[in-house]
Design a binder for this molecule. Sequence first.
Ligand code: FES
Ligand SMILES: [Fe+2]
Length: 407
Amino acid sequence: MITPTGSSAARLDQLIAQRQPGWSLPRDFYVAADLFELDLERIYRRHWLLAGPVCRLTQPGDYFTCEVGNDSLIFVREDSGEIRGFHNVCRHRGSRICLDAEGHTKRFVCPYHNWSYLLSGDLAHARHLPESVPTGDLGLHPFDVRVVAGLIFFCLAEQPPEFGTTAEDVDRFFSPHQLDRTRIARRTTEVIRANWKVVAENFWECYHCGPTHPEFCGVMSYAHAQNNTRLAAERVEFEHSWELETTARGGVSGTVPLAPPALHQGGRVPIRPGYLTQSRDGQPVAPLLGEATEYDGAVTSFMHYPLLWYLACNDHALLTRFTPKSPLETELELTWLVAETAVEGRDYNADEVAWLWSVTAAQDKSICENNQLGILSSRYQPGPYVTTESSVDGFVTWYLHELSRTS
Ligand code: FES
Ligand SMILES: [Fe+2]
């Protein structure tokens, strides 16, 4: 437990008090090791996070691991078909058990002294363990997992916060895409050399889209319209007529605002006139997903606090996973999904499926790293958020509230 006491609690209070509403954070929040540990404890081990798509675990015994700070986590499909989550910590003397990022197994066997565990997490065998030691409570430590619309969410808290409203909204918007019936077209992982909140602030605004993302602005007309009154009016008209058409067809449309205690927002919006999907020219890059029999030219996108973001077009979907690795490093995993029956080379070209967000994420990595370098300068001081960064201010305000909340 990193809970600050005495002088460090006073320092935290002082730092939080220093932050001016509507302005970015004092530097320590973006660089200090003790605050990074507190972020893990009070944000990442307290809230619901996204692990990945269920298609990574198609058969009983399939597993993958991921990390949250020093916690290595195992996600596995057990014999009953249920997806479970366990801490990757042996109950003998604590070794990591799964050393591979993914695989298939009948049992988890610790490489140290070969204690073995069933897929249910129960201890199966422990050589020379005295009979007097009860084995019933030596199973792997579980944590909460919820599968919604083909997405695996998890929470490390002993008493996870309410997730029902979020699950309902995710289900309503994403179920038609049947992400449980997809395959991975591409999965990439890279490290952004910036604090996770630098990355989060960047992803909670599109103020930077014009200067940074010419490709994204070329595909999503709302981004292009942000600084132009005429284009903004055209965008409003376009969204309105799309909404009417979609509603008349019985399709999914509309948006969900961020309404705490639920920590998500999102919705389905049209891409741009003439575009069927998020691709170079708006033309399909893979077969239709899920229930769709035709293109509606829209994208469903959800974001949650602290930093969860995923989207679905008619022919592909993208999941992101942001993992704080150190005060100055955040790992970004991008997973593109296409229909499970699609065959690469015949039905899709992974380069084209991944094009928009590969190029956009590379640009975001670059601006986040430059932002972090400026924050490290001795002359950094917090700056004011502009009107189109109100979501960033909302995120930072929520973050500070969570940081100061002890239970
Ligand atoms: S630490 Fe796992 S069997 Fe000994
Ligand atoms: Fe961006």
